[in-house]
Design a protein around this ligand. Sequence first.
Ligand code: F6P
Length: 323
Amino acid sequence: MSKIAILTSGGDAPGLNACIRAVVRAAIFHGLKIIGIHRGYDGIIEGDFFEMDAASVSNIIQRGGTILKSSRSERFKTPEGRETAFQQLKKAGVEAVIVIGGDGSLVGAKYFTATYPIPWIGIPKTIDNDISGTDYAIGFDTASNTAMNAIDNIRDTAESHNRIYFVEVMGRNSGSIAYKTGISVGAEAIYIPETNTDLQHLFKIFESGWSRKKSSLIVVVAEGDEAGGAFAISKKVKEKFPQYDTAVCILGHVQRGGSPTCADRVLASRLGVATIDALLSGQKNIMVGEVKEEILYTPLENVLKRQLKITPAMTELIDILSI
Ligand code: F6P
């Protein structure tokens, strides 16, 4: 093998640049040529390729976003789109593709490799941390810390005004950021898509908190919570307790950007180098993850969307800490 390609696909996440850097440097270290593909799977279809060298990834380990740009490609979901992608890769002499992506991008890779002979290796990134085969996906640690810092700031203003804040964090189908961040900011309640939102329980927390003269309350809500998100929950609380001063804050895409944390930079670097090791040892059509600090290779067909498991102990933790 002498020529490989790399791309980033799906929603961006902090740590993508650190991972691109690791893949490019490890490839060059081992004497491989490396092609960068712009704009994810759309970029393969359009042949948007360029040759990378060690200097193309200088001074990016600390930067958010992705120097390769990204997309959620509709065209790659179709057989015609994948056929065009194959022709473009063949024309450029690409012998293996490395995608840094979430579960949608890894499913795309699975479909491609079921038909075409070009090997594919996936590296998991998503702030939602909902991919099996790795303890953490690149970006989750940074996004959780960004949300935590933002909510710490909100707590200051909540305290100053004796106000209840409903803070919505990202996670259309995942409560991972909400759960971890909620614990880290001492939230009075956390609502996520994986559990049933019990508003009666919330009302009790408010009644007991206020009677003990708590001067602020923070409720962290994942964007995909089935009760309808932070605005919907806030509205129901206001109907029951019109005397409370309430406010809603949607953190949104601020969680996707910014400089990656130490944990994300190290994870991204490690997975990037392990990916080149995997290719050189003849592995193909796998995802490279890290479980209990060991590198784990999972066949693409076995990679699944993972649901956060909330145990009774995790629920109890929130209840005990928010009395
Ligand atoms: O999958 C990552 C994520 O940030 C989710 O938490 C969120 O629901 C979604 O992407 C938002 O996607 P978009 O940037 O396309 O609106």
